[in-house]
Design a protein around this ligand. Structure first.
Ligand code: SF4
Length: 147
């Protein structure tokens, strides 16, 4: 991101109330709309706006290999595999190119932090709203301070 967005993130993270407000605002929007699981490192814009953390194995780079016939989940046979849904939706939205992105393993230290602030701080990938995959180099940064 930019120096300005980093300054905004660091200002908000300094104050518990601002920090908490960012998490609450994000949950209000993302939980009902996307079934957000609060991982703090959002990849919705790469995965056809379908949260991969709803997979019972929380796999972020494609299905586990146990997917049943017609795209049903190995763990919950009555549900569709989340990666089946991501693939179907990506096809419909013309965003299949985004699925070529390899996502690093989940950093559990970011759970229940604001992905918006993490994005502003440059800790996680920026939102990528275009249809083509944009490769971004991330510089390794510390997690936000504990609250
Ligand atoms: S990828 Fe993470 S932050 Fe984004 S919607 Fe899913 S759990 Fe929430």
């Amino acid at each position: 991101m930019s120096k300005l967005s980093e300054a905004i993130a660091s200002f908000c993270e300094k104050y518990a109330l601002l920090n908490k407000s960012a998490v609450v605002a994000e949950n209000i929007v993302k939980k009902p709309v996307f079934g957000c699981q609060d991982c703090g490192q959002c990849v919705l814009s790469h995965d056809a706006f379908t949260c991969p953390m709803r997979c019972p194995k929380q796999i972020r780079n494609g299905p586990c290999g146990g997917t049943r016939e017609k795209g049903f989940c190995e763990v919950y046979p009555d549900r569709r595999c989340i990666w089946w849904l991501i693939n179907e939706r990506s096809k419909k939205m013309g965003r299949q190119g985004k699925l070529r992105k390899y996502h690093i393993p989940v950093d559990r230290r970011l759970e229940r932090t604001s992905a918006w602030l993490n994005m502003f701080a440059g800790r996680i990938l920026p939102m990528d709203l275009g249809k083509e995959l944009k490769e971004v180099e991330l510089i390794k940064k510390d997690p936000p301070p504990m609250r």
